[in-house]
Design a protein around this ligand. Sequence first.
Ligand SMILES: [Zn+2]
Length: 298
Amino acid sequence: MIPASSLIHALLKASLIAIIGLAPTLLQGATDSSFKPSPVPGGVAVIDLGSSNDPRPTVHFGTKRTMVVDQDGRWKALIGLPLTVLPGSKIISVQRAEKSREEMISFQIAPKNYPEQRIKIKETKYVSPDKEQLARISKEAGHIGAQFRIWRDVSDIPLLMDWPVDGRLSSPFGLKRFFNDKPRKPHSGIDIAAPEGTDILMPISGVVTDTGDYYFNGNTVFIDHGQGMISMFCHLSKINVKKGDVLARGQKVGEVGKTGRVTGPHLHWSLSLNQSRVDPMLFLPEHKNAGQTGTDSK
Ligand SMILES: [Zn+2]
């Protein structure tokens, strides 16, 4: 067993290859098969709102409505925390009935330091896009943001999902990223490496809200699981669904590919709650490949 401190030290210093080798055991924190609250930037805070014999309350974090689910007879608010949120005391507003006054409940966000990842990209258009490419990226960012704003009222959403791809966690959530030594946005999803053509399956049920080809994300599918929980699957080689399709858990979405900004075939999966990208690993059981290491892709 390597002490955690030296692991972290190694991660900070290490090359991409070392990160790939260490990340699954260090960051794949799932040890049991249940949803794991994690009140940190990029995590999910869970707040108990009382017995689910009462009507379901409406909850907002800032201006954004949050998911409220029934867990063991209790209403639980799941608050997605963006990677950019500052640790400390935060407030949610809770409305118990239609015309009742809002109640404020405070909760704490703990700090979390994510390791760095340095990636070499051969195609400079993915590192330093030109004016035309930047215009496309900006337009797409607006469209992606709109997908994450979708709200559909669904009463029952399971908090334990299935791995969408039978593969290895090749890049964990939250890494501070440098492409060719240039700082870029942190990794707002997880990467699961698998050969091109591997099936991508629904982790839980949902509705396809859009599909498209994006500059960085390649062939992409957006899925609305309900109550502001949205999945974005990227870099597909093949898309098997279309806008409006209602998909059951386990149904095929498409196939793993390497379209967009990639260094090898993998599925990038972003999971969003109340418009905040959170770590999908919180919702996944420990993977059978959890201890496996490798050196390909990112
Ligand atoms: Zn990724």
